[in-house]
Design a protein around this ligand. Structure first.
Ligand code: PLP
Length: 354
Protein backbone atom coordinates (compact mmCIF):
# COMPACT_ATOMS: atom_id res chain seq x y z
CA UNK A 1 0.00 0.00 0.00
CA UNK A 2 1.11 3.52 -0.77
CA UNK A 3 2.49 5.72 2.02
CA UNK A 4 0.51 8.63 3.46
CA UNK A 5 2.15 11.44 1.52
CA UNK A 6 2.18 14.86 3.19
CA UNK A 7 5.01 16.17 1.02
CA UNK A 8 4.84 19.90 0.29
CA UNK A 9 5.92 19.72 -3.32
CA UNK A 10 6.42 17.85 -5.51
CA UNK A 11 3.60 16.10 -3.80
CA UNK A 12 0.83 13.56 -3.89
CA UNK A 13 -1.11 12.96 -7.10
CA UNK A 14 -4.24 10.82 -7.46
CA UNK A 15 -3.49 7.10 -7.71
CA UNK A 16 -5.53 6.67 -10.89
CA UNK A 17 -3.73 9.60 -12.52
CA UNK A 18 -0.36 7.96 -11.81
CA UNK A 19 -1.69 4.70 -13.21
CA UNK A 20 -2.90 6.28 -16.46
CA UNK A 21 0.24 8.39 -16.78
CA UNK A 22 2.50 5.36 -16.41
CA UNK A 23 0.52 3.48 -19.06
CA UNK A 24 0.84 6.44 -21.46
CA UNK A 25 4.61 6.41 -21.07
CA UNK A 26 4.63 2.91 -22.55
CA UNK A 27 1.69 3.01 -24.94
CA UNK A 28 -0.26 6.24 -25.44
CA UNK A 29 -3.83 5.94 -26.77
CA UNK A 30 -3.19 2.35 -27.92
CA UNK A 31 -1.03 3.80 -30.67
CA UNK A 32 1.96 1.56 -29.83
CA UNK A 33 4.09 4.63 -29.15
CA UNK A 34 4.98 6.40 -25.94
CA UNK A 35 3.47 9.78 -25.09
CA UNK A 36 7.01 11.09 -24.67
CA UNK A 37 8.28 9.92 -28.04
CA UNK A 38 5.65 11.40 -30.35
CA UNK A 39 5.63 14.88 -31.87
CA UNK A 40 4.12 17.61 -29.75
CA UNK A 41 2.52 18.80 -33.01
CA UNK A 42 0.78 15.47 -33.57
CA UNK A 43 -3.01 15.46 -33.29
CA UNK A 44 -3.13 13.31 -30.13
CA UNK A 45 -0.85 15.67 -28.20
CA UNK A 46 -2.45 18.86 -29.53
CA UNK A 47 -5.70 17.44 -28.17
CA UNK A 48 -4.04 16.89 -24.77
CA UNK A 49 -2.79 20.45 -24.37
CA UNK A 50 -6.05 21.95 -25.65
CA UNK A 51 -7.94 19.79 -23.20
CA UNK A 52 -5.66 20.82 -20.35
CA UNK A 53 -6.01 24.52 -21.16
CA UNK A 54 -9.79 24.24 -21.45
CA UNK A 55 -10.15 22.24 -18.25
CA UNK A 56 -8.10 24.81 -16.33
CA UNK A 57 -10.32 27.66 -17.51
CA UNK A 58 -13.44 25.59 -16.87
CA UNK A 59 -12.47 24.83 -13.25
CA UNK A 60 -11.72 28.50 -12.65
CA UNK A 61 -14.98 29.52 -14.30
CA UNK A 62 -13.07 31.76 -16.70
CA UNK A 63 -14.17 30.35 -20.04
CA UNK A 64 -15.21 32.91 -22.63
CA UNK A 65 -14.21 35.77 -20.35
CA UNK A 66 -11.17 37.02 -22.26
CA UNK A 67 -8.61 34.83 -20.50
CA UNK A 68 -5.94 32.54 -21.97
CA UNK A 69 -4.49 29.52 -20.21
CA UNK A 70 -0.86 28.66 -20.90
CA UNK A 71 1.41 25.82 -19.83
CA UNK A 72 4.89 27.33 -19.58
CA UNK A 73 8.25 26.24 -18.21
CA UNK A 74 10.63 27.64 -15.63
CA UNK A 75 8.41 27.04 -12.61
CA UNK A 76 6.53 29.61 -10.58
CA UNK A 77 9.93 31.23 -10.03
CA UNK A 78 10.09 32.17 -13.71
CA UNK A 79 6.74 33.92 -13.30
CA UNK A 80 8.26 36.17 -10.61
CA UNK A 81 10.20 37.89 -13.39
CA UNK A 82 7.89 37.25 -16.34
CA UNK A 83 5.01 39.06 -14.62
CA UNK A 84 7.16 42.14 -14.12
CA UNK A 85 8.70 41.92 -17.57
CA UNK A 86 5.24 41.97 -19.17
CA UNK A 87 3.31 44.25 -16.83
CA UNK A 88 5.58 46.61 -14.95
CA UNK A 89 5.97 50.01 -16.57
CA UNK A 90 6.74 52.27 -13.62
CA UNK A 91 5.52 50.96 -10.32
CA UNK A 92 4.06 47.77 -8.88
CA UNK A 93 2.52 46.98 -5.49
CA UNK A 94 3.37 43.74 -3.66
CA UNK A 95 2.06 42.14 -0.50
CA UNK A 96 4.86 40.34 1.32
CA UNK A 97 3.61 37.21 3.07
CA UNK A 98 6.70 35.01 3.00
CA UNK A 99 9.60 33.49 1.14
CA UNK A 100 7.85 33.23 -2.22
CA UNK A 101 6.45 36.77 -2.10
CA UNK A 102 9.90 38.04 -1.14
CA UNK A 103 11.45 36.29 -4.10
CA UNK A 104 8.79 37.74 -6.43
CA UNK A 105 9.55 41.21 -5.03
CA UNK A 106 13.28 40.77 -5.57
CA UNK A 107 12.78 39.95 -9.25
CA UNK A 108 10.24 42.71 -9.90
CA UNK A 109 12.63 45.32 -8.51
CA UNK A 110 14.76 44.77 -11.60
CA UNK A 111 12.00 46.27 -13.73
CA UNK A 112 10.71 49.33 -11.88
CA UNK A 113 9.67 50.87 -8.59
CA UNK A 114 8.22 48.61 -6.02
CA UNK A 115 5.84 49.39 -3.20
CA UNK A 116 5.58 46.77 -0.48
CA UNK A 117 2.03 47.51 0.69
CA UNK A 118 2.43 45.38 3.83
CA UNK A 119 4.57 42.61 5.24
CA UNK A 120 4.17 39.99 7.95
CA UNK A 121 7.92 39.58 8.34
CA UNK A 122 7.73 41.16 11.83
CA UNK A 123 6.19 37.94 13.13
CA UNK A 124 8.05 35.37 11.01
CA UNK A 125 5.30 35.46 8.37
CA UNK A 126 2.87 33.74 10.73
CA UNK A 127 -0.12 35.84 9.65
CA UNK A 128 -1.63 37.67 6.68
CA UNK A 129 -1.53 41.49 6.89
CA UNK A 130 -4.89 43.23 6.55
CA UNK A 131 -6.07 46.78 5.92
CA UNK A 132 -3.26 47.96 3.71
CA UNK A 133 -3.58 50.42 0.89
CA UNK A 134 -2.81 49.71 -2.73
CA UNK A 135 -1.64 52.80 -4.65
CA UNK A 136 -4.14 53.56 -7.42
CA UNK A 137 -1.33 54.38 -9.84
CA UNK A 138 0.39 50.99 -9.54
CA UNK A 139 0.60 48.95 -12.74
CA UNK A 140 -0.60 45.93 -10.79
CA UNK A 141 -0.92 44.40 -7.34
CA UNK A 142 0.76 41.06 -6.61
CA UNK A 143 -0.04 38.64 -3.79
CA UNK A 144 0.54 35.00 -2.84
CA UNK A 145 -2.73 33.26 -2.00
CA UNK A 146 -1.20 30.46 0.05
CA UNK A 147 2.14 30.54 1.80
CA UNK A 148 3.33 26.99 1.44
CA UNK A 149 6.25 27.34 3.85
CA UNK A 150 4.53 29.18 6.72
CA UNK A 151 1.08 27.65 6.41
CA UNK A 152 -0.92 30.85 6.04
CA UNK A 153 -3.58 31.50 3.42
CA UNK A 154 -5.42 34.57 2.21
CA UNK A 155 -9.09 34.05 3.10
CA UNK A 156 -10.12 37.14 1.15
CA UNK A 157 -8.56 39.47 -1.37
CA UNK A 158 -8.46 43.25 -1.40
CA UNK A 159 -10.74 45.35 -3.55
CA UNK A 160 -8.65 47.45 -5.90
CA UNK A 161 -8.93 49.17 -9.24
CA UNK A 162 -5.47 48.04 -10.36
CA UNK A 163 -4.94 44.66 -12.07
CA UNK A 164 -4.50 41.80 -9.61
CA UNK A 165 -1.80 39.18 -10.04
CA UNK A 166 -1.68 36.14 -7.80
CA UNK A 167 0.76 33.32 -7.19
CA UNK A 168 -1.67 30.46 -6.50
CA UNK A 169 0.93 27.69 -6.74
CA UNK A 170 -0.14 25.88 -3.62
CA UNK A 171 -3.89 26.36 -3.45
CA UNK A 172 -5.20 26.65 -6.99
CA UNK A 173 -8.18 24.33 -7.64
CA UNK A 174 -8.57 23.71 -3.89
CA UNK A 175 -11.42 26.08 -3.04
CA UNK A 176 -13.97 28.32 -4.67
CA UNK A 177 -12.79 31.87 -5.30
CA UNK A 178 -14.12 34.48 -7.70
CA UNK A 179 -11.19 33.98 -10.05
CA UNK A 180 -12.49 36.73 -12.35
CA UNK A 181 -11.21 39.24 -9.78
CA UNK A 182 -7.70 38.40 -11.00
CA UNK A 183 -6.00 39.52 -14.18
CA UNK A 184 -3.17 37.03 -14.00
CA UNK A 185 -2.91 33.82 -11.99
CA UNK A 186 0.08 31.50 -12.02
CA UNK A 187 0.79 28.18 -10.38
CA UNK A 188 3.66 25.72 -10.60
CA UNK A 189 2.10 22.34 -11.40
CA UNK A 190 3.81 20.37 -8.68
CA UNK A 191 1.57 21.40 -5.76
CA UNK A 192 -1.96 20.61 -6.83
CA UNK A 193 -1.92 19.61 -10.46
CA UNK A 194 0.94 17.50 -11.77
CA UNK A 195 4.66 16.81 -11.84
CA UNK A 196 7.23 19.61 -11.75
CA UNK A 197 8.14 20.98 -15.15
CA UNK A 198 5.20 23.11 -16.14
CA UNK A 199 3.50 26.19 -14.77
CA UNK A 200 -0.06 27.16 -15.43
CA UNK A 201 -0.55 30.82 -16.32
CA UNK A 202 -4.05 32.22 -16.74
CA UNK A 203 -3.96 35.73 -18.07
CA UNK A 204 -6.58 38.27 -19.10
CA UNK A 205 -5.59 39.20 -22.64
CA UNK A 206 -6.48 42.89 -22.30
CA UNK A 207 -3.79 43.63 -19.68
CA UNK A 208 -0.98 42.71 -22.08
CA UNK A 209 0.89 44.87 -24.60
CA UNK A 210 1.07 47.92 -22.35
CA UNK A 211 4.74 48.05 -21.43
CA UNK A 212 7.28 50.02 -23.43
CA UNK A 213 10.21 47.59 -23.28
CA UNK A 214 11.08 44.86 -25.77
CA UNK A 215 10.25 41.43 -24.39
CA UNK A 216 12.22 38.32 -25.45
CA UNK A 217 9.89 35.85 -27.15
CA UNK A 218 10.14 33.09 -24.56
CA UNK A 219 9.22 35.55 -21.81
CA UNK A 220 6.41 37.23 -23.71
CA UNK A 221 2.90 36.08 -22.78
CA UNK A 222 1.50 37.38 -26.07
CA UNK A 223 3.86 35.18 -28.07
CA UNK A 224 2.75 32.11 -26.12
CA UNK A 225 -0.92 33.02 -26.51
CA UNK A 226 -0.57 33.49 -30.27
CA UNK A 227 1.08 30.08 -30.53
CA UNK A 228 -1.54 28.29 -28.42
CA UNK A 229 1.03 27.54 -25.71
CA UNK A 230 3.22 25.75 -28.29
CA UNK A 231 5.77 28.41 -29.15
CA UNK A 232 8.43 25.83 -28.48
CA UNK A 233 8.25 22.19 -27.42
CA UNK A 234 6.03 22.11 -24.35
CA UNK A 235 6.86 19.76 -21.45
CA UNK A 236 4.62 17.03 -22.80
CA UNK A 237 4.60 14.70 -19.80
CA UNK A 238 3.83 17.32 -17.11
CA UNK A 239 1.12 18.79 -19.34
CA UNK A 240 -0.41 15.35 -19.88
CA UNK A 241 -0.41 14.49 -16.17
CA UNK A 242 -1.88 17.93 -15.36
CA UNK A 243 -4.66 17.24 -17.84
CA UNK A 244 -5.38 13.90 -16.18
CA UNK A 245 -5.53 15.54 -12.74
CA UNK A 246 -7.85 18.28 -13.97
CA UNK A 247 -10.08 15.61 -15.54
CA UNK A 248 -9.98 13.60 -12.29
CA UNK A 249 -11.09 16.70 -10.40
CA UNK A 250 -13.90 17.34 -12.86
CA UNK A 251 -15.15 13.75 -12.57
CA UNK A 252 -15.17 14.06 -8.77
CA UNK A 253 -17.40 17.13 -8.88
CA UNK A 254 -14.90 19.93 -9.38
CA UNK A 255 -13.62 22.54 -6.96
CA UNK A 256 -16.95 22.70 -5.15
CA UNK A 257 -16.61 19.05 -4.16
CA UNK A 258 -12.91 19.03 -3.33
CA UNK A 259 -13.27 22.17 -1.21
CA UNK A 260 -15.54 20.26 1.18
CA UNK A 261 -13.06 17.40 1.48
CA UNK A 262 -10.18 19.83 1.97
CA UNK A 263 -12.08 21.60 4.75
CA UNK A 264 -12.77 18.27 6.47
CA UNK A 265 -9.10 17.31 6.37
CA UNK A 266 -7.94 20.67 7.72
CA UNK A 267 -10.62 20.65 10.43
CA UNK A 268 -9.57 17.18 11.57
CA UNK A 269 -5.89 18.09 11.84
CA UNK A 270 -6.24 21.58 13.33
CA UNK A 271 -8.69 20.29 15.93
CA UNK A 272 -6.03 17.82 17.06
CA UNK A 273 -3.22 20.41 16.99
CA UNK A 274 -5.34 22.69 19.20
CA UNK A 275 -6.49 19.91 21.54
CA UNK A 276 -3.28 17.95 22.00
CA UNK A 277 -1.13 19.61 24.68
CA UNK A 278 2.06 18.26 23.09
CA UNK A 279 1.60 20.37 19.95
CA UNK A 280 1.35 24.01 19.06
CA UNK A 281 0.18 25.47 15.75
CA UNK A 282 2.47 28.00 14.04
CA UNK A 283 0.14 30.26 12.03
CA UNK A 284 -2.40 32.76 13.37
CA UNK A 285 -5.69 30.88 13.66
CA UNK A 286 -7.73 33.08 11.35
CA UNK A 287 -5.11 32.82 8.60
CA UNK A 288 -4.11 29.21 8.78
CA UNK A 289 -3.94 27.33 5.55
CA UNK A 290 -6.28 24.56 4.51
CA UNK A 291 -3.47 23.18 2.34
CA UNK A 292 -0.36 23.32 4.57
CA UNK A 293 -0.68 22.97 8.35
CA UNK A 294 2.45 24.05 10.22
CA UNK A 295 2.99 23.02 13.84
CA UNK A 296 5.63 22.32 16.44
CA UNK A 297 6.19 20.02 19.37
CA UNK A 298 6.05 22.02 22.60
CA UNK A 299 8.84 19.86 24.02
CA UNK A 300 11.58 19.47 21.40
CA UNK A 301 12.93 16.47 23.31
CA UNK A 302 10.02 14.43 21.94
CA UNK A 303 11.09 14.98 18.34
CA UNK A 304 13.09 11.78 17.90
CA UNK A 305 10.26 9.71 19.30
CA UNK A 306 7.57 11.47 17.23
CA UNK A 307 9.63 11.19 14.04
CA UNK A 308 10.12 7.48 14.56
CA UNK A 309 6.40 7.00 15.23
CA UNK A 310 5.09 8.73 12.13
CA UNK A 311 7.64 7.05 9.93
CA UNK A 312 6.57 3.72 11.43
CA UNK A 313 2.97 4.63 10.51
CA UNK A 314 4.10 4.97 6.87
CA UNK A 315 3.76 8.74 6.83
CA UNK A 316 6.02 10.70 4.45
CA UNK A 317 7.08 14.32 4.16
CA UNK A 318 6.11 15.78 7.52
CA UNK A 319 9.21 17.86 8.21
CA UNK A 320 8.82 21.63 7.96
CA UNK A 321 10.61 23.59 5.23
CA UNK A 322 14.37 23.64 5.80
CA UNK A 323 14.17 27.40 6.47
CA UNK A 324 11.66 27.16 9.37
CA UNK A 325 11.87 23.65 10.85
CA UNK A 326 9.09 22.06 12.89
CA UNK A 327 6.38 20.11 11.10
CA UNK A 328 4.24 20.74 8.09
CA UNK A 329 1.41 18.56 6.85
CA UNK A 330 0.53 19.38 3.27
CA UNK A 331 -3.00 18.29 2.47
CA UNK A 332 -3.37 18.88 -1.24
CA UNK A 333 -6.40 17.81 -3.27
CA UNK A 334 -5.22 14.24 -3.83
CA UNK A 335 -4.52 13.49 -0.15
CA UNK A 336 -7.30 11.29 1.28
CA UNK A 337 -9.01 12.02 4.59
CA UNK A 338 -7.78 8.68 5.98
CA UNK A 339 -4.18 9.86 5.65
CA UNK A 340 -4.95 12.80 7.93
CA UNK A 341 -6.64 10.37 10.33
CA UNK A 342 -3.46 8.28 10.32
CA UNK A 343 -1.45 11.34 11.38
CA UNK A 344 -3.95 12.31 14.06
CA UNK A 345 -3.78 8.74 15.43
CA UNK A 346 0.01 9.04 15.75
CA UNK A 347 -0.30 12.40 17.54
CA UNK A 348 -2.74 10.85 20.02
CA UNK A 349 -0.54 7.81 20.48
CA UNK A 350 2.38 10.12 21.31
CA UNK A 351 0.25 11.84 23.93
CA UNK A 352 -0.78 8.50 25.49
CA UNK A 353 2.79 7.20 25.66
CA UNK A 354 4.69 10.32 26.73
C1 PLP B 1 6.58 26.09 -4.60
C2 PLP B 1 6.18 27.49 -4.74
C3 PLP B 1 6.86 28.36 -5.62
C4 PLP B 1 8.09 27.96 -6.40
O1 PLP B 1 7.75 27.14 -7.44
P1 PLP B 1 8.86 26.63 -8.48
O2 PLP B 1 7.99 25.95 -9.50
O3 PLP B 1 9.77 25.70 -7.76
O4 PLP B 1 9.56 27.80 -9.04
C5 PLP B 1 6.39 29.65 -5.74
N1 PLP B 1 5.32 30.07 -5.05
C6 PLP B 1 4.66 29.27 -4.20
C7 PLP B 1 3.47 29.80 -3.46
C8 PLP B 1 5.06 27.96 -4.03
O5 PLP B 1 4.41 27.15 -3.18
Amino acid sequence: MKKHNFSAGPCILPEEVLQKASEAVINFNNNDLSLIEISHRSAPFVEVIENARNLALEHLNLQDKGYSALFLQGGASMQFLMVAYNLLNKKAAYLNTGTWSSKAIKEAKLFGDLVEVASSKDKDFSYIPKNYEIPADADYFHCTSNNTIYGTQMMSFPETSVPMVCDMSSDIFSKRIDFSKFDLIYAGAQKNMGPAGTTLVVVKDEILGKVQRQIPSMLNYQVHIEKDSMFNTPPVFPVYVSMLTLQWLKDLGGIEFIEKVNNQKAELLYTEIDRNPLFKGFAAKEDRSVMNATFNLVDKALETKFDAMWKEARINGLHGHRSVGGYRASMYNALPLYSVQALVDVMQELERTS
